[in-house]
Design a protein around this ligand. Sequence first.
Ligand SMILES: Cc1cc2nc3c(=O)[nH]c(=O)nc-3n(C[C@H](O)[C@H](O)[C@H](O)COP(=O)(O)OP(=O)(O)OC[C@H]3O[C@@H](n4cnc5c(N)ncnc54)[C@H](O)[C@@H]3O)c2cc1C
Length: 439
Amino acid sequence: MTSTLPPVPPSLAGRIVVPDDARYERLRHCYVHRGAPAAVLLPEDAGQTAEALGYARSLGSVVSVRSGGHGISGRSTNDGGAVVDMSRLDEVRILDRARRRIRVGAGARWGRVAQVLAPHGLAVSSGDTGDVGVGGLATAGGMGWFARLHGLTVDHVMAVELVLADGRSVRTDAELEPDLFWAVRGAGGNFGVVTAVELEAYETGDVVFADLVFDAADAAGLIEAWGAVLEAAPRELTSFLTFMPGGPGRPQLATVTAVYAGSAEHGAAERALTPLLGIGPPLRQRAVLAPYPALVPVSGAAHHGQQQLSATRSGLLDHLTADAARAVADALGSGQVLMEQFRSVGGAVNDVDPAATAYAHRTQNFSLLAATVPERERELDVHWARLAPHLNGLYLSFDTRRTPDVLAEAFPEPALTRLRALKDRYDPENVFDRNFPLK
Ligand SMILES: Cc1cc2nc3c(=O)[nH]c(=O)nc-3n(C[C@H](O)[C@H](O)[C@H](O)COP(=O)(O)OP(=O)(O)OC[C@H]3O[C@@H](n4cnc5c(N)ncnc54)[C@H](O)[C@@H]3O)c2cc1C
């Protein structure tokens, strides 16, 4: 196989993995899809990333960029093309403790970022899964456990270093190439290979983590009640509400997970969490004081396309109305949609000017992700069409579709037009088209 590939530049010797290499099996797939790329390139710094990108392009086939391999669309692998795998650029460094400034390599996993920051009393919100990579999430959004208190991950990105399609390494921040800085905070995967991100972390001690299970026979009632509690809750509280359908002999259950990230003194956490107990009949409840890294452990598991619910839809909602709740409950009742998960956003997410970042959704209070197996995608779409009147935009990282209408929902005007103009400037040959097609 190697013989069919052109010779690699000296700096990449030993950093190219082809199918007959012992390392290939661990590197070929991602979390959602299995793949059979012709070559996986493993650069270790920005210079090698530029060389790897140039080499990948020279193969004349698909080029995928991968950091943590958790992209829901599974496009960080491919069949027959090249993968630029950034996992070796995984340094996590505190640049300036007083200013809470940190630098993370694109290939670091968020769980490790949390582990490195915690002894310094710092954290950055990412998501609910420690294995997710910095490169994919910090360029798209980042709806995590501190969303209502601190906003999205992209809201704390202060600078990004990336290799552009033409091989140039650039740094962008509020002053340097500000248009590019706007674009990479929401649509970064379309503009280059990010090598490192600088972020402003926040002071964070232990958090209260609550985990409640409800009988979800009245799923619509639970959704509405949970939504009302979250809209009235202090910003320190961020919560997810997850449904898995029941079945014969299995009642439908709902799980509420919540993080209270403020001071636990004087009963504030209890006051914030107690209303959640009233949203339905609780079957189990637990609340513990935990260090933030315990919420986002890193498994380090090899990827083999293990995500079964690989057809997903995303929608954002301003409020959880009775009609929207009913539509979701009906879909669960059909047994065709195998997961529905609400997340609270709002709070600090909505403090940001919609024009400040390419992620432009700054009015909605909730995010909904619905998922099923590919064989039931048609039924998922029927459900989604019914829900559409209640939705206001979507988060592309939670949606596997690539159609133009989806892009328009993800980047409401004027964001989409601005992104397309910047695409012409920074990636005229459309090298970075894997995640979603801007052109
Ligand atoms: C189990 C699971 C849980 C999740 N939980 C959350 C959550 O709580 N909150 C949330 O906001 N999101 C969540 N996500 C979505 C996740 O943030 C995105 O899918 C993200 O893109 C994954 O990043 P990655 O680096 O791991 O992915 P990868 O598969 O490596 O990359 C995904 C895409 O991002 C782009 N990309 C990756 N690295 C780079 C780079 N260095 N430079 C430029 N572009 C790059 C590429 O286009 C690539 O196709 C979750 C996903 C999964 C599978």
